[in-house]
Design a protein around this ligand. Sequence first.
Ligand code: FAD
Length: 422
Amino acid sequence: MRSIDDFSRPLEYLTPLGEQVGEIIREWVEKEVIPYRRDFDEDYLEHRLILPPFRKLLGEYGIQRILFPEDLGGWGLGHSDYLSVAAFRMFEEIARADSGMAVAFGVVFWPLVLICCEPHVNRRLCEEFAPMFTGTREPVFSCMAMTEPQGGSDIENVEILKGSTIRTTAVQDGDEWVINGHKLWPTNTGGVADLMAVVCTTDPGSRDVNDIAIIFVPCHLPGVTQSSAYEKAGMAADKNGDIWFENVRVPLWYRACGPGDDARFYGEVVSLGNMGSIAFMTGVMLNVYEKVREFTSRNTYRGLPLKENDAVAGVLADFAATIEALRILGYQCARMCDRHDLYGPRWSPEVMAKARAHRYFAADRTLEAMGRVMNLMESFGADREWDVEKHWRDVKMVQLWLGGKQLSQMEVARWFYECETL
Ligand SMILES: Cc1cc2nc3c(=O)[nH]c(=O)nc-3n(C[C@H](O)[C@H](O)[C@H](O)COP(=O)(O)OP(=O)(O)OC[C@H]3O[C@@H](n4cnc5c(N)ncnc54)[C@H](O)[C@@H]3O)c2cc1C
């Protein structure tokens, strides 16, 4: 019988490690996530159901340590030029069960890229934070704190705004940074964050990119406050909330890459965030394929399975074709993020714009395709029993972050058409 494994993947550049971890994750989602996911929405505050599977995957299997160098107890994936391809496989497998969980999982690694990956490994910070992730069987959550109350997109729009709208400040006092500010929405907040990378300015209003500072902040420090988790349309496994920083002190060397380089490598946070977002969508669509296949095989029209009806088969074909196309697009985006020698660095405006193009195109196609499947399933599309409505609510959110569609369009137009004022 055909299955999700019959959809195409670029076999020539899959990695043994990524595939092996992918198989482990497949087994984990079948046993630990899929049987419970329908109750995740009601668990958005407590994470009583959501935390145990994370404990197993991140802590007990030790996947939270993969980016750190091997001599620090990690798996050394930060040094691999297959990082994004391996990540794509993992994210997709998790998103097939629950895309909120895939987001929370991905963000554990997102800020760590800034210190664990070539060519900007920050050995001192790796040594500082590796024990936090490798020395425990409990899950450890990181977060990337960018968005602020006055707007998130502006802060990511480094190329044009150059950090001039960031209001979270880092002021040098002797050999420490003193951080003050307010962030909204970061994944893995709402009380769960253990370590944050905080996008700050060292000179409010400045358009000098040297003043953009990405600073690591352990969340137990005095002056760090997290709100409880927001109640969202879905993605309950991803807790989002407010964070306040009130005279939070960290050593100067907690800055990720340094003046100029923090702004430069912030670009890779954007590229990788967009790449991962595509995997969240294809993972969702693979599970919806399984569901709609079951639905149209089991339900009948004039005595025949629904899938044998011409009109239904057309919708099913379009859905499969969308998965085929988006999966290839997503893997290519991941490959582009990995192979700096072929495509240029993943923090370049070119790769950022292309990754944004891939993500927003994929989001538009996914949402159209999901809408058609909901129509096809009629009332059962909205029935929690089938899980399709959960995926539909969850996947809409993938379109909203990282500046949403509009900022993506601006950046894509700016790069491809050399617009000067956008
Ligand atoms: C589930 C979820 C997870 C998230 N995770 C994180 C996270 O891990 N870290 C984090 O920091 N934030 C996170 N966010 C926040 C998210 O990234 C921001 O909401 C997003 O970037 C948009 O910022 P905003 O909501 O402040 O909207 P604004 O920036 O105020 O934008 C409002 C509208 O203006 C448009 N716009 C903005 N700039 C331009 C422009 N130059 N040209 C044209 N239109 C423009 C936007 O597209 C949008 O439609 C998350 C959000 C969600 C829903």
